[in-house]
Design a protein around this ligand. Structure first.
Ligand SMILES: *[C@@H]1O[C@H](CO)[C@@H](O)[C@H](O)[C@H]1NC(C)=O
Ligand SMILES: *[C@@H]1O[C@H](CO)[C@@H](O)[C@H](O)[C@H]1NC(C)=O
Ligand SMILES: *[C@@H]1O[C@H](CO)[C@@H](O)[C@H](O)[C@H]1NC(C)=O
Ligand SMILES: *[C@@H]1O[C@H](CO)[C@@H](O)[C@H](O)[C@H]1NC(C)=O
Ligand SMILES: *[C@@H]1O[C@H](CO)[C@@H](O)[C@H](O)[C@H]1NC(C)=O
Ligand SMILES: *[C@@H]1O[C@H](CO)[C@@H](O)[C@H](O)[C@H]1NC(C)=O
Ligand SMILES: *[C@@H]1O[C@H](CO)[C@@H](O)[C@H](O)[C@H]1NC(C)=O
Ligand SMILES: *[C@@H]1O[C@H](CO)[C@@H](O)[C@H](O)[C@H]1NC(C)=O
Length: 318
């Protein structure tokens, strides 16, 4: 008597003898998917039991996307270098294999198929790929009572599902973000920019913000604390080549006063000045004092005098 069962996606074939005892081939695994991180090694579990011990003629195969990865019939034939099958395990009716150096393309359903004529059966094992996100908050400068953006950058995660929130002093949540941009990278992982738009007030100068990210690859959410930058102090550098040049860099807000002094005497302007806004929102200015022919003959001390709201008193560099 042949009976053919389909049970949760696998087959179980019974052969019952006239005396009522049934020989059978059972294949078992645990149903939960295995999760794998980049480059890791995972065990694809597949155990079998057969009452007919004809282990000599048994065929054990693993498939992925219709491709045979490995085959045992007396000998092991490996058709995929990433798969490890162990003969002494097979003798213990353990057809589990290791999948090593896991990549994003290895995600999917693996099929463990066993033929022990006249019995046969198979079971599926799902591999889920996980990539842990990296969270960063770029330096960005804001002005009190003016509309501002704050960004949380979340990079290199997989799968796509992700929860992000902006906490203020670990309590008040700003959620959801005003704008979300997600793109898929060449390595298959995702990268997102979450933008929160709001108007910072005086109270925000003291506030500690946290960008919190939760993802299936994480045991607990990632937290990236930061403060809003309302001001940034300028760096000043004076160089003398043909002319004297004063570079003022990395300051915020934009208002800045630059003056030239020669031996302590103010040099009337205007001087050649260029101002640039940097990617992080800070500013840089270069001011050039053109030396006259008589300046070039006589040595003198040239001083660049910088006045900025972040400085308690104006800074000078000679
Ligand atoms: C096969 O599985 C069934 C039910 O899961 C169990 O009753 C039976 O004893 C198993 N047979 C073998 C040979 O392990
Ligand atoms: C082994 O893999 C290659 C491609 O990777 C495939 O063409 C071939 O059919 C495989 N062999 C078996 C026996 O499945
Ligand atoms: C099994 O492999 C060994 C060496 O790898 C070889 O000598 C033997 O002939 C193989 N047996 C079969 C049945 O393919
Ligand atoms: C196969 O497994 C046995 C026990 O599980 C272990 O002792 C042996 O080292 C393994 N062989 C290989 C080649 O991994
Ligand atoms: C099956 O073999 C794998 C690999 O050697 C081992 O990790 C696992 O513990 C074995 N399972 C059982 C039930 O023996
Ligand atoms: C994070 O996400 C997991 C599921 O991916 C969920 O179980 C957990 O409660 C979440 N934690 C927080 C703090 O949101
Ligand atoms: C902003 O970026 C510029 C370069 O683009 C860098 O020199 C400066 O240090 C940065 N400022 C801050 C406060 O990170
Ligand atoms: C420069 O300093 C004077 C006082 O010394 C102040 O009144 C003025 O606002 C400052 N200018 C800038 C751009 O900070």
């Amino acid at each position: 008597v042949l009976k053919f069962f389909t049970l949760g996606g696998f087959f179980c074939l019974f052969v019952c003898l006239k005396n009522g005892s049934c020989a059978e081939l059972n294949i078992t695994t645990d149903p939960s998917p295995v999760t794998a991180k980049l480059g890791s090694e995972v065990l694809l579990k597949c155990l079998f039991s057969n009452t007919a011990v004809g282990a000599q003629d048994i065929d054990i195969m693993w498939y992925f996307n219709g491709r045979e990865l490995t085959h045992f019939n007396r000998n092991i034939t490996i058709n995929d270098t990433g798969v490890k099958m162990n003969e002494s395990d097979l003798q213990q009716r353990n057809a589990s294999v290791f999948l090593s150096n896991v990549k994003i393309d290895d995600e999917g359903k693996y099929r463990c198929r066993i033929i022990d004529m006249p019995y046969e059966g198979e079971k599926y094992k799902t591999v889920e790929y996980l990539a842990v996100p990296q969270v960063s908050v770029p330096d960005y400068f804001v002005t009190e009572n003016r509309p501002s953006d704050v960004e949380c950058l979340v990079d290199g995660y997989y799968p796509k599902d992700l929860q992000v929130s902006l906490l203020q002093d670990s309590q008040v949540e700003r959620s959801p973000p005003t704008r979300t941009e997600t793109h898929r990278k060449d390595d298959g992982t995702f990268s997102s920019t979450f933008t929160y738009f709001f108007i910072p007030t005086n109270k925000d100068k003291e506030a500690l913000y946290t960008c919190r990210v939760n993802h299936s690859s994480l045991e607990k959410p990632l937290r990236k604390p930061f403060r809003l930058s309302f001001e940034s102090t300028p760096r000043i550098l004076v160089q003398s080549i043909n002319d004297v040049q004063c570079s003022v860099d990395g300051y915020y807000p934009e208002d800045l006063g630059v003056m030239w002094l020669k031996d302590g005497q103010v040099l009337p302007g205007p001087h050649k000045t260029t101002t640039q806004k940097k990617e992080n929102g800070s500013f840089s200015t270069t001011s050039i004092y053109s030396l006259t022919p008589s300046d070039k003959k006589k040595g003198a001390v040239y001083t660049c005098h910088v006045n900025h709201s972040s400085l308690k008193k104006p800074a000078e560099e000679s």
